[in-house]
Design a protein around this ligand. Structure first.
Ligand SMILES: Nc1ncnc2c1ncn2[C@@H]1O[C@H](COP(=O)(O)OP(=O)(O)O)[C@@H](O)[C@H]1O
Ligand SMILES: O=C(O)C1=C[C@@H](OP(=O)(O)O)[C@@H](O)[C@H](O)C1
Ligand SMILES: [Mg+2]
Length: 183
């Protein structure tokens, strides 16, 4: 008997940590499908993320995000990358419990640098570093709460990061370090 399809891995972490980039490469490496929650939201709404923030505000965006992630987690069997703020929802955190959740980390300076541009309304305007730092302070405990494993992307190529994640998923050991076994 087979249970319901479950995601192979779910990627969480702050903006610019590399969830979308690494998630796509991880899926390719593992030969499973890839989905990005922000893309699913844009598709189902027919609007861009900045447009949704502008017309519905952050609370409106969070409601849509929670619903889209919930639906996807029920049926999807592949790699799913979430948006950086998805873990703010207690219901989403509950739904992530017992899944292979990969927490990608990044330092403030590099995180800010990688998150520049019009696509991320939460960090637009004002002091991006202060905003990013505040966001990390609020969310770091939440990322840690849902994480099965944690991997840094600071000064590391996406290929290396993907290899680490694959090693951990395949061995079932969330603390496995490369070099200690199969490469
Ligand atoms: N390991 C990495 N090293 C350097 N740059 C990266 C790395 N991973 C992602 N990036 C770059 O950082 C930016 C943000 O990546 P993205 O995958 O959109 O992050 P997220 O989805 O976590 O916000 C992109 O320009 C991407 O090319
Ligand atoms: O951190 C956040 O609250 C957000 C992060 C974005 O996704 P990425 O983390 O993929 O940039 C996107 O969901 C939206 O702009 C809100
Ligand atoms: Mg992303």
């Amino acid at each position: 008997m087979t249970g319901p399809a479950r995601p192979v891995a779910v990627l969480v972490g702050p903006p610019g940590a590399g969830k979308t980039t690494i998630g796509r490469k991880l899926a390719r490496r593992m030969e499973v499908p890839f989905l990005d929650a922000d893309h699913l939201i844009e598709e189902s709404e027919g609007r861009s993320i900045p447009d949704i923030f502008a017309s519905d505000g952050e609370p409106g965006f969070r409601r849509i995000e929670e619903q889209v992630i919930g639906e996807t987690l029920e049926s999807f069997n592949g790699v799913l990358s979430l948006g950086g703020g998805a873990v703010l929802s207690p219901l989403t955190r509950e739904r992530l419990r017992d899944l292979r959740v990969v927490h990608l980390t990044i330092g403030v300076a590099e995180g800010v640098r990688r998150s520049r541009g019009p696509g991320r309304p939460l960090l637009a305007g004002g002091d991006a570093t202060a905003k990013y730092q505040a966001l990390l302070t609020e969310r770091s405990p939440l990322y840690r709460e849902v994480a099965w494993t944690t991997v840094t992307t600071e000064r590391r190529s996406s290929g290396k990061v993907v290899s680490d994640i694959v090693d951990r998923l395949e061995s079932g050991d969330p603390h496995r370090r490369r070099g200690g076994g199969r490469r």
